[in-house]
Design a protein around this ligand. Structure first.
Ligand code: ADP
Length: 323
């Protein structure tokens, strides 16, 4: 093996740059030539390759987002698109690809490996819904950003006897919402995995009011049955039923931005180095993730299309802790 390509795909996550840097420098140390592929699978199809040397990945470990860029690539979902990707890999004489991304990206990686391309995936998504890694690159930083916002909202909420519904990312997975809810001391959490009606959320807020709380926080995943704004609209004229004056803050993409924290830099570095180690050992068609605290590989066949389930017992814990 001589030439490898590295790309970041799907939703960006803080720590992707640390992974690119680790892949590049450990691969160079192993004697490979490294090429960065811009804009994920879209850049692979458009042949947007840049040679990466050790200096090219300097000064990026502390930066959020991805310096290679990312994209969603609908063309890659078709047989024609994937075949064109294989042609691109062959025409650039790439011996293997390292694919840094989440669920969709790793499904794409598996599709490529089935077409004979040696690939190694690196588990990176702020959703933490990827099988094969207990925690994925970006989660910890996104969670800390959500917590900082919740802490700030609690201060102002307590001064005005308000309740805030804080909407966090998670279109299909409630991990961020649930963990931010527990760590942020929320009174109620709404996640996609456990659909709940606005009335149930109102009851929890009202109960918090009646228990004498000066404020209340509801954390709502963007993929919950009702968006935070819709829940609030439902109660706008009825806030005597809740007790608190109800406000909404949607954190949106703020959660993705910013510098990766120490945990994500180290995780990304370990997983990036683990990906090159897998290549050196000739172990391809795998995802590199963290299992029981150790860098471990899982066949992409066991990862693609699988959503890691959320431990719903933590919803009960969140309820108890909100007393
Ligand atoms: P993430 O990797 O963050 O989950 P997406 O789900 O948007 O992001 O996936 C990123 C890209 O991966 C998509 O734009 C598409 O090109 C590719 N992809 C997603 N799902 C599949 C699939 N089932 N088969 C092949 N490629 C896929």
């Amino acid at each position: 093996m001589k030439r490898i390509g590295v790309l970041t795909s799907g939703g960006d996550a803080p720590g992707m740059n640390a992974a690119i840097r680790a892949v590049t420098r450990t691969a160079i140390a192993a004697g490979f030539d490294v090429f960065g592929i811009r804009r994920g699978y879209a850049g692979l199809l458009a042949a947007e390759l840049v040679p990466l040397d050790a200096r090219a990945v300097g000064g990026i470990i502390e930066r959020g987002g991805t310096t290679l860029g990312s994209a969603r690539c609908p063309e890659f979902l078709t047989d024609e698109g994937r075949c064109a990707a294989v042609v691109s890999v062959e025409s650039h004489r790439l011996d293997a690809l390292v694919i840094i991304g989440g669920n969709g990206s790793q499904a794409g990686a598996y599709a490529l490996s089935k077409l004979g391309v040696p690939v190694v995936g690196v588990a990176s998504t702020i959703d933490n819904d990827l099988a094969g890694s207990e925690i994925t690159i970006g989660v910890d930083t996104a969670l800390n950003i959500a917590l900082e916002a919740i802490d700030r909202l609690k201060t102002t909420a307590a001064s005005h006897h308000r309740a805030f519904l804080v909407e966090v990312m998670g279109r299909h997975c409630g991990y961020l919402a649930l963990m931010a809810g527990i760590a942020g001391g929320a009174e109620v959490v709404a996640i996609p995995e456990q659909p709940c009606e606005p009335e149930a959320i109102a009851q929890e807020l009202k109960a918090a009011y009646e228990r004498g709380k000066s404020h209340a926080i509801g954390v709502v995943a963007e993929g919950a049955k009702y968006r935070a704004a819709d829940i609030a609209a439902h109660f706008r004229e009825h806030h005597e039923r809740i007790g608190f004056d109800l406000r909404v803050t949607a954190l949106g993409h703020v959660q993705r931005g910013g510098a990766p924290g120490a945990f994500d830099r180290l995780l990304a570095t370990r997983l990036g180095a683990g990906a090159v180690d897998a290549l050196v050992r000739g172990r391809t068609g795998v995802l590199v993730g963290l299992l029981r605290g150790e860098v471990a590989t899982t066949p992409l066949a066991d990862v693609a299309g699988v959503t890691k389930p959320l431990d719903l017992r933590l919803m009960d814990l969140a309820r108890v802790l909100a007393r």
